[in-house]
Design a protein around this ligand. Sequence first.
Ligand code: SP5
Ligand code: ZN
Length: 363
Amino acid sequence: MSAEADGLDIPVVWSEDCLLHEPGGEVWLGVQDAGTEVPERATVILRALRDAGAPVLPASRHAIADLHSVHHPDLVAHLASIWADWEAGGYVSEYGRDRVVPYVFPTAAMLAGLPARVPAATHGRVGLYCYDTMTLIGPGSWEAIRAAADAALTAAELIATGYTATYALCRPPGHHAGPDGYGGSCYLNNAALAAEALRQAGASRVAVIDIDAHHGNGTQAVFYARPDVYYGSVHVDPGAGWFPHYMGFAAERGSGPGAGANRNLPVAPGTGDDRWLAAVARLCQDVQRHGAEAIVLSLGTDAAIADPESPLQVTAAGYRAAGELIGGLGPVTAVQEGGYHLPTLGEYVLATLAGLQSGQAAP
Ligand code: SP5
Ligand code: ZN
C-alpha cells in the first residue's frame, strides 16, 4: 500500500500560532541576512500533507510546567517574557533594534571559572540564554514557540490512544535547544519534549533518531547521561566545518549511566542516498539493540539536494526509504525540524511520512 496512491493516514498535529514567529532574518558574521526559517515553511508542508489526504488535528494547550520536563524553568520564563522586556526597555523605540539579538556571551573563556551571574541589563541578559546571533526573537515568537511544543507533546500523547505514527508540524524547530539555552533557529526542544511525554505515557525506553542535516546538539545534551532515552543522529560532519561546529562528533557516546546510548554518524559534505541510508540503517540497528518501545523522529529535510543550509545530497526517494526503515522499528512520533527549500520541502516531508506508513504496514 502506498500513501501516494491511497492517502496518508498519519495525523498532522498543527497550530496556526506556529506562523506568528517572524524572526526577520539572522545575524550571520555581523550582518543581518534574510534568513531561511520563515513562516512559509509551515504553510507549504501543511498544503502538501493536506493534499495527500492527511487528517489535521489541533495541538492541545499544555501547562508551562510540562515544558520543565526538558528545560530549566529560567529558560522557559525568559522566552515567555523577553519580548515584553525588550520593548519596555526601549530597544525598539529608542535604539531601533526590532528583534532580540545578544552581543555578549558568558563563555568559559570569559568567566574564568566564576559562575555566570544574571546581568542587570536586558541586553546583557539575553546572552545568558542564547548561544548564537542567528536565533532572533520578535513580537509573536513566544506564541509560536509554545505552540510548537504543544504540537510535539500532543503528537506524542496521541500514540497512547492507538495511533502507530503521528507527525507534529513544529515551527520553530527544536533540536538545537538544550536544557538551559537556545540557538540554531531553535528555542524549546520539541523532539525532546515528545520523548519525555512518551516516557511518561509508559514507554520504559525511547529512542530519538535525528535525520536533520545538522547535529541535534540540544537533544544530545538533554539525554547525554541517560540510559532510558537513546539519541542517534546522521548529519553533515562538524569536523568538515559545519554548524553546530562544537558538537556532533563520533566520539560523543554518552556519559555515566548514558554511556553507549548516544550515537553520532557524521557524513561528508556531498553525501547522497547510499551512504546516508547506510547511516540511517545503522541507527535503526542501534535502536533495536537499545530496546526502545517508542521512537521520536527528528525530521529535518535539510539534507535535501536543493536545500540552502546544507551540502548533503539526499533525494526524496532517499527520505522515503529512511521512513520505511524507521517505520519498521515501532510506533513513531515525527517532529518537524529543519528543511528550507520551499519548492521541494512539502514533497520531502510527504515522502518521509509515506515511507513511515509503508514501513509500518509491511509484515
Ligand atoms: C533546525 C536547523 O536546521 N537549524 C540549522 C541552523 C544552521 N544555521 C547555520 C546558518 C549558517 C549561516 N547561514 C548561511 C546561509 C547561506 N545560504
Ligand atoms: Zn538542520
